[in-house]
Design a protein around this ligand. Structure first.
Ligand code: ADP
Ligand code: MG
Length: 261
């Protein structure tokens, strides 16, 4: 078969390999290769690269679809003029995903509406695009998931499974205080990921008030210690972006939370 019509043979093999982009690009690139005098190796690399690029981008799309985001937000949509104290370069560097390779964390603190969730989603999407598995949920939802695993006697298995996800976003730490057992479960999540896999946490409360959220100053201190040991802590400031054009300056709760740092 190969001697008669090599392109037919390539199509056959590409089909057997479930590599449709090889099938699509083999003939087209062969022509280009002949015109431009590519070596055999250059041609082969060009054909294979089409398949790999397509797989990588469809992998990212799947990871983003399965992440559990409440909405899609990108770093490109973020208006840094509204957050003058926030370094664009710091956020851009986080967007490269370098922190994930080191299992470092990101903590986003600040009052409601200042873009914590937006940045967390934007960074997680970048992580997916650079090849990482991601999962997003609120702190309350993560605790619910851990509690269910604990009740079913499979907490260690659940924590091991979660450790294979390179980036977990825990949104809204502090909106609702935890019960003691929830605080312990959350502590286990943090310590099982420590120096193994990354977390992005968002909170409207400064670290000093996390003890109240977790109902236990000692657990909170031990947890914060592990989180911030290798972390970029970004503090967002100002009034809610949601109220930007409403003429309302500050939400009552935001005023109290403005001390987040
Ligand atoms: P937070 O999580 O801090 O309460 P969000 O990230 O949910 O705030 O932001 C509230 C809304 O305002 C979202 O629609 C978000 O996209 C938008 N937003 C907040 N800050 C900015 C910003 N600096 N640039 C663009 N949009 C922003
Ligand atoms: Mg939010």
């Amino acid at each position: 078969m190969a001697a008669e019509d090599p392109i037919k043979a390539v199509e056959h093999y590409a089909h057997a390999l479930k590599a449709p982009r090889i099938r699509e690009s083999a003939a087209r690139l062969a022509e280009q290769a002949r015109d431009s005098g590519w070596s055999h190796e250059e041609y082969l690399a060009a054909v294979l690269s089409r398949e790999v690029a397509a797989r990588e981008s469809s992998g990212a799309a799947t990871r983003i679809r399965c992440a559990g985001f409440p909405t899609r937000k990108s770093l490109e949509e973020f208006n840094f003029d509204h957050q003058p104290a926030l370094g664009r370069d710091v956020v851009a560097h986080l967007g490269t995903g370098a922190f994930l390779a080191k299992a470092h964390n990101v903590v986003l603190l600040g009052p409601p509406g200042t873009g914590k969730t937006h940045l967390a989603i934007g960074l997680a999407i970048k992580a997916a695009q650079t090849g990482h598995r991601i999962a997003f949920a609120t702190a309350v939802d993560w605790v619910g998931r851990l509690k269910a695993a604990h009740n079913a006697g499979r907490l260690p298995a659940e924590l091991t499974k979660l450790r294979r996800i390179g980036l977990i976003v825990v949104d809204e730490v502090g909106y609702i205080p935890f019960e003691q057992d929830a605080a312990n479960l959350f502590f286990q999540l943090v310590s099982s990921r420590y120096e193994h896999a990354s977390l992005i946490l968002t909170s409207n409360l400064p670290f000093a008030r996390w003890g109240d959220v977790f109902g236990d100053q000692v657990v909170a201190a031990a947890m914060i210690d592990r989180i911030v040991h290798h972390a970029e802590v970004l503090t967002l400031k100002g009034s809610s972006y949601r109220l930007k054009d409403t003429g309302i300056d500050t939400l009552p709760s935001a005023r109290a939370d403005n001390t987040a740092q």
